[in-house]
Write a protein that binds this ligand. Structure first.
Ligand code: GTP
Ligand code: MG
Length: 240
């Protein structure tokens, strides 16, 4: 299953969907459902998704984190063996799905590594470039588990991994929490260098505010390693 979060991402989605390597995946025996979880887009996002044959889900509130968790629940109800996620804004390259999935054969989680990959010169501004390195460094210092690119939006998971992760992030802290949860649950993380390109459409992430929230999430998870709800036995099921 492929999970794409969207918020007014019509422009990106229209370019990204046709580039999904459906045929190569089929050749390797992978069946594919594309699930778009939307945060209330006002543009053509829904039409483009449904015209392309994607499953379109509208989340109740907003936030990429809540959207991903809703997608994870949908995945757990399905019978797919693996889940791939990436942003629908044209920054990630759908063609690289196949190498992510190949690597997943020898790991629980595969992270697409932009910082160690080929980044287009105009893909990331200086603040974000610096922030991504610093946050990644802090994460490794706090959790001691290798991670090359904490805030990457390109991940592949086995079914067991998704059912093991304990998450409650609402916004852009979700990737940081995916890492901390993998570390706590002692899941094996592998990296694959990926390309990263300039986004189409408008950014939803605020570098400073969201960077701070990611940092806070790392600290909180260093102290309270799993979210309260999951400790109460409600699993990953709380979605606001
Ligand atoms: N469902 C849902 N998706 C969202 C929400 N906010 C952002 N997204 C999507 O999440 C992905 C990442 O958002 P971006 O704004 O690109 O954030 P980013 O990639 O961290 O930052 P940039 O470097 O500016 O692109 C995109 O595909 C967005 O459309 C939301 O509230 N709900
Ligand atoms: Mg983006």
């Amino acid at each position: 299953m492929l999970l794409l979060p969207t918020l007014d991402e019509a422009e990106g989605l229209a370019l990204v969907l046709p580039r999904i390597p459906t045929k190569q995946l089929a050749k390797k025996g992978w069946e594919l459902e594309i699930v778009v979880v939307d945060g209330g887009s006002q543009d053509e996002t829904k039409k483009i998704s449904t015209d392309f044959g994607c499953t379109f889900m509208k989340q109740q509130g907003k936030g990429k984190g809540a959207a991903m968790r809703l997608g994870f629940l949908h995945f757990l109800k399905s019978e797919f063996d693996a889940l791939v996620m990436f942003d629908a804004d044209g920054t990630y390259h759908p063609e690289e799905m196949t190498k992510m999935l190949s690597k997943l054969k020898s790991a629980d989680v595969v992270v697409g590594d932009r910082l160690g990959g080929a980044m287009d010169p105009d893909a990331m501004n200086r603040t974000n470039y610096f922030g991504n390195h610093v946050l990644t460094w802090i994460a490794v210092a706090l959790f001691g588990v290798p991670m090359n690119d904490l805030c990457s939006g390109y991940w592949a998971f086995s079914r067991r991994t998704i059912s093991t992760l304990k998450l409650n992030s609402m916004r852009f802290e979700i990737e940081a929490e995916m890492y901390t949860s993998c570390a706590v649950e002692q899941l094996q993380i592998e990296h694959v260098p990926i390309r990263y390109s300039k986004r189409l459409g408008e950014a939803k992430l605020g570098s400073v505010k969201d960077g701070w929230n990611i940092f806070r999430k790392l600290l909180v998870r260093r102290i309270f390693s799993t979210p309260y709800e999951t400790r109460m036995g409600e699993g990953n099921l709380t979605i606001q």
